[in-house]
Ligand binder design. Structure first.
Ligand SMILES: Nc1ncnc2c1ncn2[C@@H]1O[C@H](COP(=O)(O)OP(=O)(O)O)[C@@H](O)[C@H]1O
Ligand SMILES: [Mg+2]
Length: 409
C-alpha cells in the first residue's frame, strides 16, 4: 500500500506548495519539498497512491484542483489530528505515539509523521458524500443543505471539546449523529444511560443575538455564556412543559450540555417546520400549522409570560403529535409589575418588541413558503389584546414602530 503524507509548505494565494512523503511497506520511498499543486497531483496519479494523510483537512480541501482531484479519485483521505480530545496538533499525536520532537516540526517532517502514523493506523478515514469530504458524523447530517463543506467545518477544537465532553459525561453512552450545528451549539442524537435515545445540545460560544437580548448581563464573562445559555434552555423547557406546551421532555443539565427527548415523525427525527414546508401539503394541514404556531406564541405570552425570542420555522419541529417548540435558551421572562429590567426579567416594552418581531417573522415565513396571505393587522390586534391594560400605551408605541417597518419591508 502506498501512503502519502502531505503538509502545506507555503500557503500564499498565488504560490501554494506542499511537502510530501511517500511510504510503501513501512519505508520512506520519496520525500519532496515545495512542490506546486499540479506537480503534486501528477505525482499522486503516477505513483499509485492509495491513501493520503494530512494534519489539517482545510489545507487540502480549500485548494480546488486538489479537492476536485481527490473527490473523483478513490484515494482514501485520512486525518491525523482533531479526532481525539487529546490530539490537538501533530506534535501531540507524534508524542503520544513515541515520536520525540523538540520543536514544532517543519512541513516536510510533518508530512513524514503523517505518512508514518497513517501507516500505523493512527489516523481516521474521512468519507465522501454529495461532492464533499468530511467526518462521517458531519456528513450524516439529515438535511442535505446542512452538510458541512470544508470551509464550514466547525473549528476543530470545538468538535474535539464537544466529543471529549460527551465521552466523559455520565449521561452519555455513545453518539449516533450530529443533527444540528449552529453558531451557539452543536446538537447530537445520542444514546444515553438512563435514556436509550436522546438529544444532547452542547452550548459553545457567545452569540451576538443573545448578547443583544441579554444586555443586562453584559458584564458576564464570555466563558460563562455557554453555561448560562444551557441553564436557560433547561429552565424554559421545564417551565414550558409544566404549562403543557409541546416541548421535548427535559432530561438533564450537565455543565453546558442539556439532554432532552428526541422528537420524531414516523420513526425518523422530526423535520423542522422549514424543512417540512418544502413538501406538498393540503391547505387544512397548513392552516392548522399557522393557527397552532400563532396560538402557542400568544399563549406563551399570556400565561407563563414568556417571549421565545427566536420563534422561527427552524425552531419549530413537526413531530408525530404536531408542532413542538425547541431552542428556548434565549427565551425571556416578562416583568409585568414594573417598567424595569432585572437580571431575569425584561420590561414590557422590550418584551413586546421581541414578541412582535417573532410574530412578524413567523407570519412572513408562512406567506412566503405556503403562498398564503395573513391579515397582519388583525393578528397584531389579537395579540395586543392579551397584553395587560396597564401597558396599553406601550403596545401602541411598539406597534407604531412595527407598522413603519412593514411599510418598507
Ligand atoms: N429534541 C429534538 N428532537 C429532534 N431534533 C432536534 C431536537 N432538538 C434539536 N433538534 C435538531 O437540531 C437542530 C438545532 O437545534 P436547536 O435547538 O434549534 O439549536 P441551535 O441553537 O443550534 O439552533 C434543530 O433544527 C433540529 O433539527
Ligand atoms: Mg435553532
Amino acid at each position: 500500500m502506498n501512503i502519502l503524507g502531505i503538509d502545506l509548505h507555503f500557503g500564499s494565494q498565488d504560490a501554494i506548495s506542499y511537502s510530501f512523503c511517500l511510504m510503501s511497506k513501512d519505508t520512506v520511498k520519496v520525500t519532496q519539498e515545495n512542490v506546486d499543486v499540479p506537480t503534486l497531483i501528477e505525482f499522486m496519479s503516477s505513483s499509485e497512491v492509495n491513501v493520503i494523510c494530512v494534519d489539517n483537512i482545510s489545507e487540502i480541501l480549500k485548494v480546488e484542483p486538489l479537492s476536485e482531484y481527490l473527490l473523483q479519485s478513490d484515494i482514501e483521505v485520512r486525518l491525523l489530528t482533531g479526532v481525539h480530545s487529546n490530539s490537538q496538533s501533530v506534535v501531540d499525536v507524534a508524542r503520544q505515539n513515541g515520536i520525540s520532537l523538540r520543536k514544532k516540526p517543519d512541513s516536510l517532517k510533518t508530512a513524514i509523521i503523517c505518512a508514518q502514523l497513517a501507516a500505523q493506523g493512527m489516523a481516521i478515514t474521512l468519507v465522501r458524500n454529495n461532492g464533499k469530504i468530511g467526518f462521517e458524523h458531519q456528513i450524516q447530517m439529515r438535511s442535505t443543505n446542512q452538510i458541512l463543506t470544508a470551509e464550514k467545518l466547525p473549528g476543530e477544537s470545538t468538535h474535539r471539546e464537544a466529543h471529549a465532553q460527551l465521552d466523559s459525561s455520565v449521561y452519555i453512552k455513545s453518539i449516533r449523529q450530529v443533527v444540528g450545528y449552529g453558531k451557539e451549539s452543536i446538537v447530537y442524537h445520542a444514546e444515553g444511560l438512563q435514556h436509550p435515545d436522546l438529544i444532547v445540545k452542547i452550548f459553545r460560544t457567545y452569540s451576538s443575538v443573545a448578547r443583544a437580548q441579554k444586555s443586562q448581563i453584559h458584564q458576564a464573562k464570555i466563558n460563562h455564556m455557554p453555561l448560562f445559555m444551557a441553564k436557560n434552555e433547561i429552565k424554559y423547557l421545564r417551565q414550558l412543559a409544566q404549562h403543557h406546551f409541546p416541548v421535548p421532555k427535559p432530561y438533564f443539565l450537565d455543565d453546558n450540555m442539556v439532554g432532552m427527548e428526541v422528537i420524531t415523525l414516523d420513526g425518523e427525527l422530526a423535520p423542522t417546520l422549514a424543512e417540512f414546508s418544502r413538501g406538498n401539503h393540503q391547505l387544512d394541514v397548513v392552516e392548522d400549522l399557522v393557527y397552532t404556531s400563532l396560538e402557542m406564541l400568544q399563549d406563551m405570552f399570556s400565561q407563563p409570560k414568556l417571549v421565545h425570542g427566536d420563534y422561527s420555522a427552524n425552531n419549530l419541529l413537526v413531530g408525530d403529535s404536531g408542532l413542538v417548540i425547541i431552542d428556548v435558551a434565549q427565551t425571556l421572562q416578562i416583568n409585568t409589575n414594573t417598567f424595569t429590567t432585572t437580571p431575569d426579567r425584561i420590561r414590557m416594552d422590550d418584551a413586546l418588541d421581541t414578541l412582535f418581531r417573532d410574530l412578524h417573522g413567523i407570519i412572513t415565513f408562512f406567506e412566503k413558503n405556503f403562498r398564503i396571505h395573513l391579515e397582519r393587522d388583525t393578528i397584531f390586534e389579537e395579540f395586543s389584546s392579551v397584553v395587560p391594560r396597564t401597558f396599553a400605551g406601550q403596545v401602541e408605541f411598539v406597534l407604531a414602530g412595527w407598522s413603519e417597518k412593514f411599510r418598507y419591508s
